[in-house]
Design a protein around this ligand. Structure first.
Ligand SMILES: [Zn+2]
Ligand SMILES: [Zn+2]
Length: 146
């Protein structure tokens, strides 16, 4: 299957999850600098640099974050999300999340999106489970963020 390895150039680090750039969730966009897809852990848009490393150049970083902003504004609406550039799960590879206010409360309730090609409508795996539980404690969010 060529679908999962259509990178513009070979992965810098084949062991790195973000270098692998597997296409499972919805991909919003793909540029010369990187790609934006739903984070499998958080179910929110995440921009990832094509290259392995923490320091894209200033220009590349700006373009990546601008692209993420465009995607997040479309998904959540302007002003309804915040940029999170802290790299927790893969601290060695530049990526950033766009988190809406409800991401933590709904992270398990939101059905995971699935890959249907780059761009287009965001398709999910099915209906979300019943929301019978309470919002939970936001204090522990720093520990589990993906
Ligand atoms: Zn990497
Ligand atoms: Zn995440």
């Amino acid at each position: 299957m060529g679908v999962d390895d259509r990178r513009p150039f070979p992965a810098d680090d084949v062991e790195c999850e973000l270098c692998q750039a597997a296409r499972f969730t919805h991909w919003y966009a793909e540029t010369d600098d990187g790609w934006i897809a739903d984070c499998e852990v958080c179910s929110v848009p995440m921009v990832v640099w094509w290259h392995h490393g923490t320091q894209p150049g200033t220009e590349v970083r700006r373009e990546l974050l601008t692209e993420l902003e465009r995607v997040a504004d479309r998904r959540f609406g302007p002003g309804n999300w915040e940029l999170d550039t802290t790299m927790r799960q893969v601290p060695t590879h530049f990526h950033a999340h766009a988190r809406d206010r409800d991401w933590w409360r709904l992270r398990f309730a939101r059905p995971l999106s699935r890959y249907t090609g780059v761009g287009g409508d965001r398709a999910t795996t099915g209906d979300p489970p019943e929301l019978g539980w309470s919002a939970g404690d936001r204090d522990d969010r720093e520990q589990d963020r993906g």
